[in-house]
Ligand binder design. Structure first.
Ligand code: NAI
Length: 331
């Protein structure tokens, strides 16, 4: 079949050339939009989120039967219009659950064992231990807010460290209760009991400022906060104050408030996404300079394996369609 790929990097082209060697592949570096200067006779297209697949674009693809988007979200594709035209759409439902959970623990361990200070100090030839005493994770209470795909991995990993996991989520996961001794509690309880609080829930109108000046004082004095979810879940100015008054002993964040334009992590890898768009306001700047804070640049998803999983799932989606089946249908 004729398959047209849009918006691929070179390593991705090579991958599909190898994996779909018996198909007729073509590659267009630009996104797929209605600005195509000629019709394309591909039966399958694979796109990323900068493509805009609406009725006008579909008019340029008269033979199209299947779209494989290399993303989780698919709001760049007019699904209703595709249905009308009997075009099937598949997406990549998940790719980085363990990846983000591992980054969460990278931040926790960096704080608990003062890894950044230790490395900076020894690089300067200073082997003095007096400022580098950390703390054990074993026996500590970790409060996981949101026990979906990523939060569940965090609970499992915490269990491995012999921590005591507690969680807050309107939809408790019984498997975690049964197998990892997880206790669900309300948010205030979680804030007051946790030695480490970690956020793994989506940002929306209900969750914006989940932790704010109104409730940050309920956090157990000297606790640590980890945020690898979205910056807008936490009121940054309240965070700065909580660090100043000792409510929080340290913070590990992969996401800053003001990044809300980012829908999908993969946008960050694209040359089209300017980091300037991520507004770094004054409070963020204070955070970035605070030695009790570790900031990573929205990098939690960015592992070789996670990116490879996106390619693998896209290939599987296409292979299934070629075999007459549909998997991971976006509807
Ligand atoms: P998920 O949808 O599997 O899980 C989210 C969980 O949050 C669900 O169990 C849901 O019930 C719970 N939840 C919703 N509202 C809540 C509330 N008000 N209080 C407590 N829990 C609530 O999502 P997944 O895959 O675990 O991802 C979580 C978040 O991580 C994403 O929404 C995304 O913002 C962020 N993320 C960050 C990445 C990074 O590179 N830093 C990469 C991927 C995701």
């Amino acid at each position: 079949m004729k398959i047209a790929f849009f918006e691929l990097e070179e390593w991705e082209k090579k991958y599909f050339q190898k994996e779909l060697a018996d198909q007729e592949l073509s590659f267009v570096d630009e996104p797929l939009t209605d600005e195509l200067d000629q019709k394309i006779d591909a039966e399958i297209v694979s796109v990323f989120i900068y493509s805009k697949v609406d009725a006008k674009t579909l008019d340029k693809l008269p033979n199209l039967k299947f779209i494989a988007t290399r993303s989780t979200g698919y709001d760049h594709i007019d699904i209703a219009e595709c249905k009308k035209r009997n075009i099937v759409v598949s997406n990549v439902p998940s790719y980085g659950e363990n990846t983000v959970a591992e980054h969460t623990f990278a931040l926790i361990l960096a704080l608990s064992r003062k890894i950044v200070e230790s490395a900076n100090q020894t690089r300067l030839g200073n082997f003095d231990l007096s400022q580098l005493r950390g703390f054990d994770l074993k026996g500590k209470t970790i409060g996981v807010v949101g026990t979906g795909k990523i939060g569940s991995h965090v609970v499992r990993m915490a269990h491995g460290f012999e921590m005591r996991p507690i969680a807050y989520d309107p939809f408790p996961n019984n498997d975690l209760i049964d197998h990892f001794s997880l206790d669900y509690v309300d948010l205030d309880d979680l804030l007051s009991k946790s030695d480490i609080i970690t956020l793994h829930l989506p940002l929306n109108e209900k969750t914006r400022y989940l932790i704010s000046a109104k409730n940050i004082g309920k956090i157990k004095k000297g606790a640590y906060l980890i945020n690898t979810a979205r910056g807008g879940l936490v009121e940054t100015t309240a965070l700065v104050s909580a660090l100043q008054d000792g409510t929080l002993a340290g913070v590990g964040i992969d996401v800053l408030e003001g990044e809300s334009d980012i829908k999908e992590e993969w946008q960050l890898l694209s040359k089209k996404f300017s980091r300037v768009q991520a507004t770094i306001d004054m409070a963020n700047n204070i955070l970035l300079k605070n030695p009790k804070v570790i900031v990573t640049p929205h990098n939690a998803f960015n592992s070789k394996e996670a990116l490879q999983r996106i390619m693998n799932t896209t290939k599987e989606n296409i292979a299934a369609f070629l075999a007459g089946k549909t998997i991971n249908e976006a509807k």
